[in-house]
Design a protein around this ligand. Structure first.
Ligand SMILES: NC(=O)c1ccc[n+]([C@@H]2O[C@H](COP(=O)([O-])OP(=O)(O)OC[C@H]3O[C@@H](n4cnc5c(N)ncnc54)[C@H](O)[C@@H]3O)[C@@H](O)[C@H]2O)c1
Length: 317
């Protein structure tokens, strides 16, 4: 079985590649960037192909050349870059995903697993809890592209029998992330505290957001991919992660780093966007249909985060 990971040199994709490589597979990675930093330790057990998902031939060629059966489609522009340049985000996120689905259809790839986002919700959520039936009406362009891909994947499943499934991540946190994101204060607070540097958190202490450790993010998408097809009814699943206020985050960091210099300096525009999504998440369908259970609650997240930074200083420089 040959597995392709688009976006596989990135933050979550590299962790998916690491898990598969450590299990003895040799995953193929298609990424616009061929940097190996996050693949450190498994770089010689992964095949990296430099390519752009918005170029149909790049996608088609790699699937054909390596006889790909399963595609983890994580290659994407993230929220802030997509809002700054929606024209490129359309090409990469919407059209690039169409290329993945279309090449998978033509070349009879069995399965496409998609990484969507909690940011597909946002405007005007009426319910007290977000679940897989909540109305997806995103605030940002990024979320618009992700809703489109979810729906396009459902269409390919119905019309062409492609096994399309996916997860909707909350904010994914972990060491070494450079791509700016609205909830990036979460990992940057931990990282600055670890490095003994002061950090100003740009939300109010009571701002809550759902967040998940990157190792959980990689495990969850693999678990979703590997569930028997007959169990997969919902198709795309919202994942809950941790649901902490910024103050609770600080309190937890201080359990490990008591002298952490963390202050609040709220940016109300960002606070409003996060508040639009600030609801507890009900992940019951992920639990029921592919047995999802998080392995990284907040204390284990911070502990492992610090361990990663300590043991791999070059990886996260
Ligand atoms: N990090 C989060 O908080 C978060 C939350 C929800 C969903 N997601 C989704 O998870 C997936 C992985 O995100 P991540 O956090 O690892 O981000 P990341 O930026 O580290 O990884 C994305 C990867 O996609 C690659 N890429 C970008 N444009 C490309 C293109 N045109 N062709 C090929 N590759 C391209 C990048 O080089 C990068 O390696 C994305 O689809 C993202 O939308 C992430």
């Amino acid at each position: 079985m040959a597995t392709l990971i688009t976006g596989g040199t990135g933050f979550i994709g590299a962790e998916v590649a690491r898990i598969l490589a450590e299990r003895g597979e040799r995953p193929i990675v298609l990424d616009i960037s061929d940097r190996k930093t996050l693949l450190r330790g498994v770089e010689d057990r992964v095949t990296i192909v430099k390519g752009d998902v918005s170029n149909y031939s790049h996608v088609f060629n790699v699937i054909k050349q390596y006889g790909i059966d399963v595609i983890y489609h994580l290659g994407s522009m993230l929220s802030i870059p997509s809002d700054a340049d929606p024209w490129s985000a359309f090409r990469v996120n919407a059209q690039g995903s169409f290329h993945v689905l279309e090449a998978a259809r033509i070349l009879s790839t069995k399965k496409v697993i998609f990484s969507s986002t909690l940011g597909t919700y946002g405007l005007d959520i009426r319910e007290g809890v977000i679940d897989d039936y909540s109305l997806q009406r995103p605030t940002l362009f990024y979320g618009c592209t992700k809703v489109f891909v979810e729906l396009m994947g459902r269409f390919y499943k119905r019309k062409f029998g492609l096994d399309f499934r996916g997860v909707r991540y909350p904010a994914v946190v972990g060491p070494g992330v450079k791509t700016p994101g609205i909830v990036q204060y979460y990992p940057w607070a931990i990282e600055h505290a670890y490095r003994g540097k002061p950090f100003k958190i740009w939300v109010t202490p009571d701002t809550r957001c759902a967040a998940m450790y990157y190792k959980d993010a990689a495990l969850s998408i693999i678990q979703c991919a590997e569930a028997p097809l007959e169990r997969i009814k919902m198709g795309v699943y919202v994942l809950a992660g941790m649901y902490l206020s910024a103050q609770e985050l600080v309190d937890n960091i201080k359990k490990f780093i008591p002298d952490a210099r963390l202050e609040f300096e709220p940016d109300m525009e960002k606070v409003e966007i996060i508040k639009g999504l600030s609801k507890p998440i009900d992940e019951r369908y992920a639990r029921d249909e592919f047995g999802w259970v998080s392995r990284y609650p907040i204390e284990r997240t911070i502990e492992d985060f610090i361990k990663e930074l300590r043991e791999n200083p070059e990886k996260y420089a």
